[in-house]
Ligand binder design. Structure first.
Ligand code: ZN
Ligand code: ZN
Ligand code: ZN
Ligand code: ZN
Ligand code: ZN
Length: 277
């Protein structure tokens, strides 16, 4: 439920007691709401081809929520590092790596990402000819994977570029997720609303038809190349995110119904209510 979304991986798998949970919220939420980091995988065209969510795997194989995503104070240096918190993992900052359909992409050395070291340099553990992971896999945006960059930025930095930031949410490791169309590739075509509520048509649509707008977005600018199967965009990798998304969607849907009732019948819904639901 909501507690899982708020605590993320911070309870190390064992549930907090109600007292620990209250203490956690008191300690973590103010900074989280203020210092959220947005993580996306950006094309040289400027488009965010992937918005990283809590369950999105890193090059190091661990999920985004297993990285350091909460900052009491925002780091001053750029780029901002989001190191992995898993013991002995050498990953120094979250790196998104796309899938080719359901398959991991290959390095030009022919080995898979997990055959490479997650330490800076991303050297291959399986051969000596590799100078670091480098994939020419073509993303749906038409650009090669290696030309993309995992971008970590603050709310102000995103706003300055006119990118959506969504609403402030208390959930852990939300990364780049800013709305309910965020999990789709090319989300900007669906969500040009910037800050704001999820589009009404998404909220009105039955959950079973949620695939539809995503698949439409997935067609992208180059539908001819998708038809060849050459350009594919991690449908499987989305499966986990989609499960997460659906859970959140349902929570948000009931939250929205609550808002609607409050706004229309009581007219005193406050920001804090949002966090308390
Ligand atoms: Zn790791
Ligand atoms: Zn990592
Ligand atoms: Zn390699
Ligand atoms: Zn290799
Ligand atoms: Zn792309």
């Amino acid at each position: 439920g909501i507690q899982d979304l708020i605590v993320g991986d911070d309870d190390g798998g064992k549930l907090f007691t109600p007292e620990e949970y209250e203490e956690y919220k008191r300690k973590v939420l103010p900074a989280r709401l203020k210092n959220r980091l947005y993580v996306s995988w950006r094309s040289p065209t400027g488009m965010d081809c992937k918005l990283v969510g809590p369950e999105t795997p890193c090059f190091c194989t661990h999920r985004y929520k297993q990285h350091k995503t909460d900052y009491e104070e925002l780091p001053k240096e750029r780029p901002i590092s989001v190191p992995c918190r898993v013991k002995r993992c050498p990953c120094q900052s979250y790196q998104f790596v796309p899938l080719n359909g359901t398959q991991p992409i290959r390095c030009r050395c022919k080995h898979f990402p997990d055959q490479h070291s997650a330490a800076p340099g991303f050297a291959c553990n399986s051969c000596s000819k590799c100078s670091g992971f480098h994939s020419s896999f073509t993303c749906a945006c038409g650009q090669p994977a290696y030309a993309h960059e995992t971008v970590v930025e603050t709310k102000e930095e995103r706003l300055a570029q006119g990118k959506p930031v969504g609403q402030d949410v208390p959930y852990a490791a939300m990364g780049g997720l800013t709305g309910f169309s965020s999990l789709a590739e090319g989300y900007m075509r669906l969500d040009d609303s910037g800050i704001g509520a999820p589009p009404a048509e998404l909220l009105d649509a039955p959950i079973t038809s949620m695939d539809h707008p995503f698949l439409k977005a997935f067609q992208g600018p180059s539908s001819s190349s998708s038809a060849t199967g050459q350009v594919s965009h991690g449908k499987q990798s989305e499966a986990d995110d989609m499960a997460y998304f659906e859970k959140r969607y349902q929570e948000r849907a009931s939250y929205c119904i609550y808002c609607f009732i409050s706004i229309h019948f009581h007219k005193r819904m406050s920001e804090t209510d949002i966090y308390m639901i």
